[in-house]
Design a protein around this ligand. Structure first.
Ligand code: DSN
Length: 437
C-alpha cells in the first residue's frame, strides 16, 4: 500500500521475519478488504514516512514554551538537552493546527499537540478543570457517545460525577432535554461530540446551554475533525471553549490527540497533560501530525472532506431503499448507523455481531454498534459504516452504489458462507484499481 513498504518489510525481515510476515499479511488484508469502519482512514506515504523517522528516538518532556502570567512565551521548556529540532517541530505543528481550526483567530487560542490519543486528551481537559466528584455531562456510550464522556467503566465516570444525556427515540440530540438536564445538574463541563451520531451537531445551541448553566463547553470532534477542517461540517468554534480530537479519523493523520482551547485555558490544560498525565510526547507522531495538517491545509482537502459526505449520503440512500433502518433516517456526515435487527424483512438479520462477521467474510470491514434503545449494549442491534477510508482510496458515488449492493447481498445471504465468500471474491476484484498493491 505504501510506496516504501516493500523495502520496509525487507529491512524488518533482516532482523525479525515474524514481524515482517505480519506487516506483509496486514498489508494484504488492507488491500483485499473494503475499509468501512468510520473511525479508520489511510495515511499518505509522507505521513507514514514521518512516523518511522528518527524523531522516535528523542525524549522531549516539557513544552517548546514556558507559561508566564498566563501567556505561553516561546522558550525552551524541556527537561532534557538536544531539543533544537523538537522545539521547532512542535511549534510548527501548533501553528498549523491553529491555522487549520481557528484561522484568523489563532492569536486567541492555544494548541496542545502532545496527547497520545483522544482518551488522554479528554482526561487531561477534565482533570484540568474538575476535582474528583465534580459534575460534567456527556453523551451516553449506548447513545453514540464515547467511553471517555463519562461511562461508568471509564476513569472519567469513576473519578467524576458524570451525568449522561441521550438521544430521542428517533436518534436525534434533544437540545431542550439537554438544557433541562444541564440546568438541574449545573455541570462544570459539558462535552458535545459523538462516535456514532450520523447527523450534524448544533454547536451554537450547545454553547448557549453551557453559558446558561455556567459550564465550559468541550467539543470532542474526533470523528468529524477532517470534515470541519475541510468545511464540510460547521466548526465548533467560536462556541466551544475547548476542542479535543483524535487526528487519525477523517483528519487522516497519525494516531494521536490534539487539543485547541481559548488561550486563557491553555496553561491549565498543558499542565494537566504534562506532567499531570503523560511523560514524554512521541515526537515522531508529532512530525507525522505536522505533515497531515499541511495536507489538510491544502485546498484539495476541501474536496476530500465534501466527497466523504457525498459518498456517505449515496451509500445511505441505497441502504435505506433496500430496507435497512437507518438511525437518524440517513446521514449528514461520514457515518451511517443501521439498526439491522429492526430493518425490513428483505434485509433484516437476527444478530448484528454475527452480521459484522458475515460482512468480513465478504471482505467488507465494518463494526457492530449499539443503537439508541438497545437494552443490552453488549448485544448490539447496529452496524456502523463510514466513508473516510474509501474516499481516500478515490471512490465516488458510483462505487458507493456497488458497495451498497455488496452489503445488501451479504445480508440476504443469511450467513451462507459460500455466498459470502463469493461476494468476497467480487470485492477483491472491485478493490484492485483502488489499491497500490
Ligand atoms: N474507537 C473509536 C471509534 O471507533 O469511534 C472511538 O474512540
Amino acid at each position: 500500500m505504501y510506496a516504501q513498504l516493500s523495502s520496509i518489510i525487507d529491512l524488518v525481515a533482516d532482523e525479525d521475519a515474524d514481524v515482517a510476515a505480519l506487516i506483509a499479511a496486514e498489508n494484504l488484508r488492507q488491500n483485499e478488504n473494503i475499509p468501512l469502519i468510520p473511525s479508520e482512514n489511510i495515511v499518505s506515504d509522507a505521513v507514514a514516512a514521518a512516523l518511522s523517522s528518527c524523531f522516535t528516538n528523542k525524549y522531549a518532556e516539557g513544552y517548546p514554551h514556558k507559561w508566564k502570567d498566563g501567556v505561553a512565551q516561546v522558550a525552551n521548556g524541556r527537561y532534557y538537552q538536544g531539543q533544537a529540532n523538537t522545539n521547532q517541530l512542535e511549534r510548527l505543528v501548533m501553528d498549523r493546527a491553529l491555522k487549520l481550526f481557528v484561522g484568523d483567530e489563532a492569536d486567541k487560542y492555544h494548541a496542545n499537540v502532545q496527547a497520545l490519543s483522544g482518551a488522554p486528551a479528554n482526561l487531561a481537559v477534565l482533570s484540568a478543570f474538575l476535582s474528583p466528584g465534580d459534575t460534567f455531562m456527556g453523551l451516553a456510550l449506548d447513545n453514540g457517545g464515547h467511553l471517555t464522556h463519562g461511562h461508568k467503566v471509564n476513569i472519567t465516570g469513576k473519578f467524576f460525577h458524570a451525568v449522561q444525556y441521550g438521544l430521542t427515540a428517533e436518534g436525534l440530540l434533544d437540545y431542550d432535554a439537554i438544557e433541562k438536564l444541564a440546568m438541574e445538574n449545573k455541570p462544570k463541563i459539558i462535552i458535545c461530540g459523538a462516535t456514532a451520531y450520523p447527523l450534524t451537531i448544533d454547536f451554537k445551541r450547545f454553547g448557549e446551554i453551557a453559558k446558561k448553566c455556567g459550564a465550559l463547553l468541550m467539543a470532542d470532534v474526533s470523528h468529524i475533525a477532517g470534515l470541519i477542517a475541510g468545511g464540510a461540517h460547521e466548526s465548533c468554534f467560536p462556541y466551544a471553549d475547548i476542542m479535543t480530537t483524535t487526528t487519525h479519523k477523517t483528519l487522516r493523520g497519525p494516531r494521536a490527540g490534539l487539543i485547541i482551547c481559548k488561550k486563557e485555558l491553555g496553561e491549565k490544560i498543558d499542565k494537566a497533560l504534562f506532567p499531570g498525565l503523560q511523560g514524554g510526547p512521541h515526537m515522531n507522531t508529532i512530525a507525522a501530525l505536522a505533515v497531515a495538517l499541511k495536507e489538510a491545509l491544502d485546498p484539495k482537502f476541501k474536496d476530500y472532506a465534501h466527497q466523504i459526505v457525498i459518498n456517505a449520503k449515496a451509500l445511505a440512500e441505497d441502504l435505506k431503499a433496500a430496507g435497512f433502518k437507518l438511525i437518524g433516517n440517513g446521514t449528514e456526515n461520514h457515518l451511517i448507523l443501521m439498526d439491522v435487527i429492526h430493518s425490513s424483512d428483505a434485509v433484516k438479520v437476527d444478530d448484528a455481531s454475527r452480521f459484522a462477521e458475515d460482512l468480513e467474510t465478504a471482505h467488507l470491514v465494518a463494526n457492530k454498534n449499539a443503537v439508541p434503545g438497545d437494552l443490552k449494549p453488549w448485544i448490539p442491534s447496529g452496524i456502523r459504516l463510514g466513508t473516510p477510508a474509501v474516499t481516500t482510496l478515490g471512490m465516488k458515488e458510483n462505487e458507493m452504489h456497488q458497495i451498497a449492493g455488496f452489503i445488501i447481498r451479504a445480508a440476504q445471504a443469511k450467513g451462507d458462507s459460500e455466498k459470502l465468500k463469493a461476494i468476497g471474491e467480487e470485492v477483491k476484484t472491485f478493490l484492485q484499481p483502488f489499491t497500490k498493491g
